[in-house]
Design a protein around this ligand. Structure first.
Ligand code: XMP
Length: 326
């Protein structure tokens, strides 16, 4: 990449009017760069890739081919939302790849967190590569690189799973958000008509629920993570904590404990709740969730989530704990 510095003259995008003029400029620039060629994009449904998709759909419509890989480690409702927003509402050219069995097969029996991350990243590239090879006439690869990615990791998107494509699949890059900070990306996303739930969502790691289903991933515990996370998010939204807390999620460890239900002994998994605040994710403090709400969430999780009989609340700041458990 030649010019890696944000132009000094570039105003901070804080309003819809400023976002609209950025969008207008970028649409013209993207049309000029791409012409009548096709652009490929890995669309995870995260903020950055979603905003890139919406911008490119506006600029070049069906010349953009979005590939959404469902690796089975997304949160409840996410793959459905990607299809609804991009295919149904924005009329995007979207290839949906159901790779759930494939990812879970590769991850079977793997307990080491870094090995899990490597498998998920490598498999993602493989699936994306296979889809890219099925398509004709692609000349460009769009990426949701944003300015902090350039500053912090010299142009390689931190934690980004795309990249590492083989040499014969090296496309010219299209990176329309490369000079934007995260808050600006969100303002642009809203101006493009993306739903708030997509634009203002909390950070979510690339390996997704894979690092929250602790140890070797099993389908029953993965579903327990997904369902308990959905309950936590629903309750945070209902109780005004959604936009207030930086990151909140559940994790399910790979051990069971004894409990009791309807007078009978149970032997089931616990769910751990984590809710933290931070500025830069290097250190973090604990959100003091009202006790009454914690009790309500506990009751919902233990009654609604299969295979769970206990709920624990993680009180550890970072340091000494990291934000994620793996
Ligand atoms: P930790 O757990 O290191 O997390 O305190 C700091 C922030 O980084 C996120 N995180 C990841 N993001 N791929 C990602 O894209 C990863 O492998 C990964 N691990 C941690 C974490 O969710 C938190 O926001």
């Amino acid at each position: 990449m030649e010019n890696n510095r944000r132009p000094e003259s570039m105003a901070r995008i804080t309003t819809k009017a400023l976002a609209d003029s950025f969008i207008k400029e970028q649409v013209a620039a993207l049309k000029a760069q791409v012409g009548d060629k096709k652009v490929l994009l890995a669309l995870s449904g995260g903020v950055d890739s979603s905003v890139v998709a919406a911008l490119l759909i506006k600029a070049i419509g069906k010349q953009l081919v979005c590939v959404h890989v469902n690796h089975g480690l997304l949160r409840k409702g996410e793959p459905e939302q990607v299809v609804e927003v991009f295919r149904n509402q924005m009329k995007a050219n979207l290839v949906y790849v159901d790779a759930v069995d494939r990812f879970l097969g590769k991850l079977e029996g793997v307990a080491d967190p870094e090995k899990k991350r490597k498998i998920i990243g490598a498999e993602f590239i493989r699936v994306f590569e296979e889809e890219a090879r099925k398509l004709d006439g692609i000349e460009f690869l769009a990426q949701g690189t944003i300015y902090p990615d350039i500053i912090e990791s010299k142009g390689v998107k931190a934690h980004h799973n795309v990249g590492g494509l083989p040499d014969d699949l090296k496309f010219e890059l299209v990176e329309p958000l490369r000079f934007l900070y995260k808050d600006e990306v969100r303002v642009v996303g809203s101006a493009l008509g993306l739903p708030d739930g997509m634009v203002y969502r909390q950070p979510f790691p690339g390996p997704g629920l894979g690092v929250r289903c602790l140890g070797a991933i099993t389908r029953d515990r993965l579903e327990a993570v997904r369902e308990s996370d959905a309950i936590l998010r629903e309750e945070f939204a209902k109780n005004g904590l959604e936009g207030k807390v930086w990151q909140y999620f559940t994790a399910v460890p790979d051990f069971k404990s004894v409990g009791v239900k309807d007078g009978a002994r149970t032997f089931a998994f616990p769910v751990i709740i984590r809710a933290v605040n931070t500025k830069d994710a290097m250190t973090a403090t604990i959100e003091e969730i009202p006790y009454k709400l914690l009790k309500h969430i506990t009751e919902r999780i233990t009654t609604e989530v299969k295979g769970v009989n206990r709920v624990l609340y993680d009180l550890t700041p970072k340091p000494s704990g990291t934000i994620e458990w793996e």
